[in-house]
Ligand binder design. Sequence first.
Ligand code: ADP
Ligand code: MG
Length: 251
Amino acid sequence: MKKEPKYVAFATQKGGAGKTTLTVLVASYLHYVKGYEVAVIDCDYPQHSIHQMRERNFQMVEGDEYYKGMAYEQIMRLGGKKFYHVIDSSPEEALADARNLEEQWDFDFIFFDLPGTINSMGVTQTLLNVDYIISPISADRVVLESTLNYLLALREQIKKIGQTHIKGIYLLWNMVDGREKSELYEVYEAVIAELGFPLLKTFIPDSKRFRREQTIGHKALFRSTLFPADKSLIKGSHLDALIDELLEILK
Ligand SMILES: Nc1ncnc2c1ncn2[C@@H]1O[C@H](COP(=O)(O)OP(=O)(O)O)[C@@H](O)[C@H]1O
Ligand SMILES: [Mg+2]
């Protein structure tokens, strides 16, 4: 029987919130570590950041015996499993591209990386057709206010249409400064709770490893579409906790 893949989008109107970064980290971890079948629809037209990252990742591997060996070893270890698909798409074509992929293969998860545009028919249409939306937020009043307004508008749309695929809209603290969340977060969390948006227990700290992509001298990789984040860098990133929590929700 054909699987019904879960559609997931890290989405917010705010650029630089971590949508693309989290999409890649979570997709790679689920595909290469947890053994799920994953695909990414890159709808961030015209930037196509994930598609471009994939190109850079391939170039890095092709030009380097060490990474070539690492890729070969991974493919062997995963029983011939291929790298996940990254489809060059747009908000308007995203759903059709996803359905097209599903005809060719059984997927567990399909991720949509959308641009931060508001008032775009394509973006709204795609968002209304995903199963889960995870909205990365940071403890900045202006960012938080506009993100909550964005999600409230989306919730209004859902109500108007009456039926939707969306099973949950969750907020996720990203780029948290320091080891623990400060008191300021409690104030914001009270507002979030009042509006009825669930917040993931896991928060993602602010850390340089999220910004780095290629490494010098074959240091451990973190953000890549070809490999999962290295164990040594997962420690302290909360990525493992995020995956566990997401799998509980998405199951
Ligand atoms: N937890 C984090 N700590 C540090 N930098 C982060 C973190 N999450 C994302 N970033 C960085 O912030 C920038 C914007 O992230 P990106 O994923 O491109 O955002 P978006 O897709 O929402 O526009 C990138 O340089 C990324 O590496
Ligand atoms: Mg992006």
